[in-house]
Design a protein around this ligand. Sequence first.
Ligand code: PHE
Length: 360
Amino acid sequence: MDAIAELRGKYLHQIRAAADAAALEQVRLAALGKKGEISQQMRSLGRMSADERQTAGPALNELKSEIDAALKARRAALEDASLDARLQAEWLDVTLPGRPRPRGTIHPVSQVMDELTAIFADMGFSVAEGPQIESDWYNFDALNIAPEHPSRQEMDTFYMHRDSGDNRPPHVLRTHTSPVQIRAMQDRGAPLRVIAPGRVYRMDMDQTHTPMFHQVEGLAIDRDITMAQLKWVLEEFCRAFFELDAVELRFRASHFPFTEPSAEVDIRCSWEGGQLKLGEGDDWLEILGSGMVHPHVLRSGGIDPEVWQGFAFGMGIDRIAMLKYGIPDLRAFFESDLRWLRHYGFAALDQPSLAAGLSR
Ligand code: PHE
């Protein structure tokens, strides 16, 4: 009996002291494993006299159940403790406010390019592109701009550097999007209906001029295109773009080497109290140059001017962005001032479409 009491004391103590599941398993093996102390005691029952067995048997059984129960209880307690520890360590407050993330905005020029692309696409124009570094042939010669024309002068045009002995033909930063007319004609032939939005470069810098700015070129060629269609397309564009029921455009005779006849186009506006309003008033604001494509230009593009004719126009994108969104200074467009971008920028999901309306 003493031996059993001793075993009970010893193992209950060890079980209480076991700090984790592995230590507890060691105790279990030492007590109840195949070679465990209590198991051996059970086996020794066979060697006892019937009398001894009568008392030792039930006592051992009781000890075994007691140790078994203590093991189970301790195991459960250890598991609870480790779960508590994990819950404590991995605790997460889902009610905390999220960390703010800086959000970018769509630049007004990008927004306006998307808007005008949607409007012209609706009228059957697809988008054409050309390089910003252009040969002087595409930028000038092919467009019927004479060698002595003032716009070629180094004063206005950025020429690419050439080392002496480098005999490649001159390249320029394109001064307008009109060279894309030639590339589109060469690539796609007639009939043709494209717009070409993009960056252009001229040496100029004041409140209304920056050395880099944006234009969109338009070109429509077919057998019977006239100025009347040019007028309708531009009016339709302005109505949709500026979201006005009525716009009035004024065609002023002008001159471009690549169109004949040529016209500059103004939009009717008023400047009451420094506030610009489009579609009404007694003032006019120039927004684009246009005309019927010159036969020389058609020929440069590989198109027969005896069969085909068309109109072209070139419009300042920054200018119409300023007009639509009331942005006063052109230079601010390209200064990357975050306060300006947040104020005039557009949300990323603000996709212009004709169906949803074009404004924000
Ligand atoms: N390329 C001209 C400019 O930059 C605009 C224009 C384009 C005029 C097409 C007529 C036809 O001013």
